[in-house]
Ligand binder design. Structure first.
Ligand code: ADP
Length: 515
């Protein structure tokens, strides 16, 4: 009898061996990975916990819906849990790992068909393994006038994985959970469910009309363990007539408040066309060079020294970035209004003509990103400390200056207390401001690993206590995040779980949902 190093909880080696044999007869031996050396890529967490805590038992690579249905029948028979990934990047959030040790990773990267692109409506029906780059290449090859709305890791991640995790992009379809129409979902019992208008035979609006009939259920399959999404209708952004960007620099720490409020007013009025960014000076510095090139001390750079460093390098305390769409006439009018509004907030400088040259050049409010270009430039920040450790904390604030300032102050204090620099990255929608607070650390240093772990815990607790909840967390912290949202929500989600997956085979622990 073969013995497996990591068994699913409560499953004997004999039962797991039988399940693997059945998986092999469904998929072929080459698509069932059970040897430790073939599972290395599925163990990498990058976050601040040991890889062992999330190590998988095996990985399966199906290529069709019927194969998934057969896999689920085997899982139900042997009580083997499966954790679905689309491209499995989930950077700084646990990568391809499950919330708990001993799950079988269901990797859908071989399901990578672009099934249909509707060139009149600007929609694409795709499978989970399709990346934003695949979709962009398809649009270019077929000369279709649409952009993909990709997040920072766009070239290497899937629209389906990103949408299910409530990711954001940089064009008009920026809030991905509102930029799709229709899913196909395989349920734990093997049923194949279509959401929205999809259940209607010969439906002519599956990718166009999101709501369907009756309770709106698509949200139930995001950040959840109620089904396996095998198709989704993604909305594409029509190429705009033109686009221009602006940046606003502020020299004082307290300028964050008017910067946020001015951005909100312009965005709510529709003058700024898409989400923007407010980045602090250290972020601007850190994306260009490793910390060791300008600071050699340990712990966080003290505030006074940091301010002096920014002054010496000519960097601002804050930089606002935004984009307007339209032809020359329209953009000129919008930029004039934007200049006037920001001037009233007493910035150091407002830059319009040369704003395409500013760095870092990616993300919300960046001209290249807002016009459908893809790059991996955002990940240069991983060189800030080096050593492969990254953990992203993602709290949300309402888009009010005083709230955002409060959230930044709490986050900075927590990071400093744990010996980390605070790089303040604020992504401005119209009514909400979501943040990415990176904890960068050397994974080979046990003290840093422990500090990063404690820091993430403190960030979650302290920002939540002040009313700033997380919209997305790393796989390791899902129970803790769910706890913070209270027993009523958790109880309701658990009732649904019991109804739709009574054997508990789909991604136990996802978003803190257990049987
Ligand atoms: P990306 O590579 O786009 O960052 P992942 O493939 O890592 O995204 O997916 C992120 C998370 O979303 C996974 O850990 C899983 O919980 C969930 N997920 C991804 N794809 C699916 C899917 N097809 N069906 C159900 N859940 C999924």
């Amino acid at each position: 009898m073969t013995s497996y190093p990591i068994l699913p909880a409560g499953v004997s080696a004999t039962a797991f061996g039988k399940a693997l044999d059945e998986f092999r007869s469904i998929l072929g031996a080459g698509h069932v990975l059970a040897e430790p050396e073939r599972l290395t890529a599925y163990r990498k967490v990058y976050v601040a916990v040991s890889e062992d805590a999330h190590a998988p038992s095996a990985a399966l690579l199906p290529s069709t819906v019927p194969e998934i249905q057969q896999i689920l029948a085997v899982c139900t028979r042997y009580k083997v849990p499966v954790w679905t990934i689309s491209t499995g990047r989930n950077i700084g959030m646990g990568s391809a790992t499950a919330a708990t040790r001993g799950q079988v990773i269901l990797d859908l990267k071989r399901m990578n068909r672009i099934i249909e692109v509707d060139a009149e409506l600007g929609t694409a029906l795709i499978e989970p393994g399709v990346t934003y780059l695949d979709l962009k290449n398809y649009l270019e090859e077929h000369r279709l006038p649409f952009w993909v709305d990709a997040p920072s890791p766009g070239p290497i991640v899937s629209p389906i994985g990103n949408t299910l995790e409530r990711g954001h992009g940089y064009t008009t379809n920026q809030d991905h959970v509102y930029a799709f129409s229709g899913m196909e979902v395989v349920l734990a019992n093997g049923d194949v469910l279509r959401t929205g208008m999809g259940p209607l035979p010969h439906c002519k609006s599956w990718q166009a009309f999101r709501s369907g009939y009756g309770p709106y259920i698509d949200g139930l399959f995001t950040q959840s363990n109620y089904g396996i999404v095998t198709k989704m209708g993604i909305w594409l952004t029509p190429v705009q007539e033109g686009a221009r960007s602006f940046v606003v620099y502020y020299d004082r720490h307290e300028d964050l408040v008017p910067a946020v409020d001015t951005f909100r007013q312009l965005r709510l009025a529709g003058i700024i066309s898409v989400s923007g960014s407010i980045l602090d000076g250290l972020t601007l510095l850190g994306f260009g060079q490793p910390r060791s090139s300008f600071w050699s001390g340990s712990g966080a750079i003290p505030r006074a020294e940091l301010d002096a460093l920014l002054r010496q390098k000519g960097l601002p305390q804050w930089r606002v970035g935004g984009v307007v769409y339209g032809d020359e006439e329209e953009t000129a009018i919008k930029l004039r209004k934007i200049r006037r509004a920001f001037e009233a907030s007493r910035p150091r400088e407002i830059l319009i003509e040369d704003s395409s040259n500013v760095r870092p050049s990616w993300g919300e409010g960046d001209l290249a990103s807002a016009t459908g270009q893809l790059s991996l430039d955002a990940f240069r920040i991983l060189n800030f400390i080096g050593g492969g450790g990254v953990l992203f904390h993602m709290p949300v604030s309402a888009m009010k200056g005083r709230y955002v300032q409060e959230l930044c102050t709490i986050s900075e204090n927590v990071l400093r207390r744990h010996g980390f620099d605070y790089l303040s990255m604020n992504w401005c929608s119209d009514r909400d401001m979501h943040q990415t607070t990176g904890i960068f650390f050397d994974r080979s240093d046990p003290a840093q690993l422990q500090a990063a772990h404690a820091c993430y815990h403190a960030l979650m607790q302290e920002t939540s206590a002040a009313g700033f909840g997380n919209y997305r967390v790393s796989t390791h912290y899902m129970d803790e995040a769910a706890e913070l949202f209270g027993p009523e929500l958790r109880g309701f989600l658990r009732s649904i779980k019991r109804a739709v997956d009574p054997a508990g085979i789909l991604a136990p622990g996802k978003s803190g949902i257990h049987l």
